[in-house]
Design a binder for this molecule. Structure first.
Ligand code: S3P
Length: 178
């Protein structure tokens, strides 16, 4: 049984690489934010607006406890998931955890490529965004660093980059191709 959990900051590439890795390994892919949105019939942004961040974090923990029970899956978490409650310990018990580590510059470039609305980043101009990311990344790094593996993410802006990263991730996790 294989269970892989990808963690890391918003824009690190958890969803992009998670999907590609799952496909390569013939595993199911789950994204915790999407899982929450399906179960609650609401977007993450709506949940933040209605229940505040504390309400979202409770839901996130409950949903993590469901999704991290599934077998033969790659699960991409939200950027904040490892940093609340005992989620990081729990994930380390349940799965092979991988921290997708990227610099603020790469994170910002990825975030600009994506279109999803992230409540924590909403309304920030470029300078504020860089400041927020740099400081919250520092606060979050001690949690992220507790993952079993750390993988350095470079810019993922085309399918070759994604393929290369998946190849390296497989090597890091020591998963052999059939
Ligand atoms: C969050 C990251 C988001 C989402 C929510 C909060 C965070 O997920 O869970 O907006 O605290 O970093 P992504 O990392 O998938 O954007």
């Amino acid at each position: 049984m294989i269970r892989i959990i990808l963690i890391g900051y918003m824009g690190a590439g958890k969803t992009t690489l998670g999907k590609a890795l799952a496909q390569e390994l013939k595993l199911q892919f789950y994204d915790l934010d999407w899982y929450i949105e399906e179960r609650f019939h609401k977007t993450v942004a709506q949940i933040f607006a209605e229940r505040g961040e504390d309400g979202f974090r409770e839901i996130e923990q409950n949903m993590l406890h469901e999704a991290a029970e599934f077998e033969n899956v790659v699960l991409a978490c939200g950027g904040g998931t490892p940093c609340f409650f005992d989620n990081m310990d729990y994930m380390n018990r349940q799965a092979k955890t991988v921290y997708l580590k990227a610099t603020p510059d790469i994170l910002i470039r990825h975030l600009r490529m994506g279109k999803t609305e992230r409540p924590l980043l909403k309304g920030k101009n470029d300078e504020e965004l860089l400041q927020y990311i740099t400081s919250s990344l520092q606060t979050r790094t001690p949690y992220y660093s507790r993952a079993h593996y750390t993988f350095d993410v470079n810019l993922l802006n085309n399918s070759e980059h994604i393929k290369d990263a998946v190849r390296s991730l497989k090597e890091l996790l020591n998963i052999k191709s059939e």
